[in-house]
Design a protein around this ligand. Structure first.
Ligand SMILES: NC(=O)c1ccc[n+]([C@@H]2O[C@H](COP(=O)([O-])OP(=O)(O)OC[C@H]3O[C@@H](n4cnc5c(N)ncnc54)[C@H](O)[C@@H]3O)[C@@H](O)[C@H]2O)c1
Length: 280
């Protein structure tokens, strides 16, 4: 799919960070946008930015992507008023860094609800209609480095993000016959609202340090938006945004003993930084 002008695009998580940057970039490319986020004020800001720049937002509504009924109602509005989507972009997500023994059941539920059910709801409410319409299309889901690598301290986050990679790979083959392409985006550090909202189950004084360290290596959400648009244009499946993660993933695939040693080192560094002294 080379020409994006006029394509009907739905983006979740559009009130902030990667979702907002992608919505703004696609507005400039004259796409017809359908936007959502749980943060109504942030979503309105995004709509204003796009409209003021001459872009077209057909529908914007705030709801929880983890709530099936809300997604289904929004999808019905889109389909009744505008027909099937051309491009679905699942971006909304939350993050939690924790050791398993410090997690409540509600922590698992909260992250799975947004990061996994949110993506599933987007897929189940929009993709069958794309298939029925027979116009082809593209699905982008934002996973993470933690979707390729079992990063220490990321147990629930990595679980949801690996699931996104797995579902995308499956659909990449299932939807080929319908001319619907898949991309799964696996960012490293990105300077977005998530850096402040990530819940870290560690001593209070170290979390600011961790955030500052994370920001030093972070790229902009605009850069990720650019890579998302390139992936759609070039039908690229996996998008890894940072070179260090490309290396780590290479070692995982082609030289597992090296990968394992690096992961043990990362685990020790994270335990030390986040003040968990685990005997090894
Ligand atoms: N920032 C990073 O370093 C980074 C790295 C890897 C992957 N990611 C992934 O990128 C995606 C976008 O995150 P971001 O970095 O732009 O963060 P962000 O916090 O700036 O944006 C996430 C958006 O999702 C929305 N959201 C949260 N819960 C929601 C819900 N229940 N329903 C609807 N919307 C909800 C938030 O309101 C927010 O606007 C996420 O899936 C995240 O896991 C981010």
């Amino acid at each position: 799919m080379q020409i994006l002008k006029g394509k009907k695009v739905f983006i979740t998580g559009a009130a902030s960070g990667i979702g907002r940057a992608t919505a703004i970039a696609m507005g400039k490319l004259e796409c017809s946008l359908f936007l959502t986020d749980i943060n109504g004020d942030g979503l309105k800001n995004t709509v204003d930015i796009i409209s003021n720049a001459g872009g077209r937002v057909c529908l914007a509504r705030s709801f929880d992507v983890g709530h099936y009924q809300s997604m289904a109602e929004f999808a019905k509005k889109v389909h009744d008023g505008y027909g099937s989507l051309d491009i679905l972009i699942n971006v909304a997500g939350v993050a939690l860094f924790s050791q398993i023994e410090d997690m409540q059941h509600s922590d698992w539920e909260r992250v799975i609800n947004v990061n996994l059910w949110g993506v599933i709801h987007g897929l189940e409410c929009f993709v069958p209609e794309m298939i029925r319409a027979g116009n082809g299309g593209h699905i982008v889901s934002v996973s993470s480095t933690a979707g390729l690598i079992g990063l220490p301290w990321h147990v629930v986050y990595a679980g949801t993000k690996h699931a996104i990679v797995g579902m995308s790979e499956c659909l990449r083959y299932d939807l080929r016959k319908h001319n619907i392409d898949l991309s799964v985006v696996c960012p490293g550090a990105v300077n977005t609202g998530l850096v402040q909202t990530v819940e870290i189950h560690s001593d209070k004084e170290v979390t600011d340090e961790v955030r500052a360290h994370f920001l030093k290596r972070a790229i902009t959400p605009e850069k990720v938006a650019d890579l998302i648009i390139k992936a759609i244009r070039k039908r690229k499946f996996i998008v890894i945004t940072s070179i260090d993660i490309k290396f780590l993933y290479f070692f995982k695939k082609y030289c597992f003993p090296v990968y394992h040693r690096i992961m043990l080192a990362i685990s020790r560094i994270m335990d030390k930084t986040l003040k968990k002294d685990v005997a090894r």
